[in-house]
Write a protein that binds this ligand. Sequence first.
Ligand SMILES: Nc1ncnc2c1ncn2[C@@H]1O[C@H](COP(=O)(O)OP(=O)(O)O)[C@@H](O)[C@H]1O
Ligand SMILES: [Mg+2]
Length: 340
Amino acid sequence: MSRDTTPPRAGTGTPAIEVRGLTKRYVQRGGVVKQAVDGLDLTVERGEIFAVLGPNGAGKTTTVEILEGFRKRDGGEIQVLGEDPALAGRAWRSRIGVVLQDSRDQAELTVRELVHHFATFYPAPRDPEEVIAAVGLLEKASTRARQLSGGQRRRLDVALGIMGDPELLFLDEPTTGFDPQARRSFWDLVLALREGGTTILLTTHYLDEAAHLADRAAVVRDGKVVALGAPADLGGPGALRPVVRWVSDGVARAERTDHPTALVTSLAATLAGPDGEVPGLRVLQPSLEDVYLELIGAAPVAPSGSPSGSAPSAAAPPGAPHDAPTSAVLSAPVAEEASR
Ligand SMILES: Nc1ncnc2c1ncn2[C@@H]1O[C@H](COP(=O)(O)OP(=O)(O)O)[C@@H](O)[C@H]1O
Ligand SMILES: [Mg+2]
């Protein structure tokens, strides 16, 4: 799973995208004000795939549409390829490629007609037939857009987005609704574009997509970045620490710890029953998915401190044995991503 490739292509010095303190609010029906983007900061380096990861409603599309110059912001500083998208003109626009979250236009035209048509929009377009081949649609070149499957339609969207040979490509939820096989081949296409030197900002609500594609990812929640880093490092260094769970006085307890053996030893000394078992004892390795769900506020993995009550502390007796002195199973379903 790890991206074992050379570092992102050296750029011209300035980042592809720089966002500081971006804000955007909508006045919704009934006069309700929705703060869709709430002081968001981002830097996307040239040559990287950067994922904006977050649940529905987090503010991803609003942010991307502002960066694309399609939507006005309320506040904040933005540079995209060295220009402010709100002020940039045609020359700038020809350097970016856009794949919107939803595109169902021109459904009566064939793949070939659409791609050739889009080529006329750009000063230095790519070869349309090469682009059709690059996105894997040669066999569908004579098919009307409306007759394509979801995955094929998305490939067509990408073909149209890259016709101008963009330096920077925006992909807004490119694989939502795909079957697993279509996602895989779409991912290969995105990686091939990156290898060709295109900087890519993609939004997704799938952690595995970010983990597979992105050099770096920002987790966005309520219009703010709540975590930033390589996908495997999201949540910070302590996020994948094991969680020890047990039951004491009929109450389920959980503690996140760097020293699970010591904690288990201490639990065994105080809580083991006549059969030598600590009730409900489990040691769990949070998966990257767990960390992500916690970051977006969907599911707490475990309290980060000891729960209140009479639970023993994690302090280990000196010379504690390496193996827990109980026969408790250390159930540790380590996620694939966690071992990247
Ligand atoms: N045109 C709009 N008018 C009013 N509210 C909007 C509009 N677009 C988005 N929103 C609201 O702003 C928030 C962020 O939406 P969006 O940027 O589409 O998030 P995401 O792409 O992460 O799902 C949501 O609460 C959404 O309902
Ligand atoms: Mg969206």
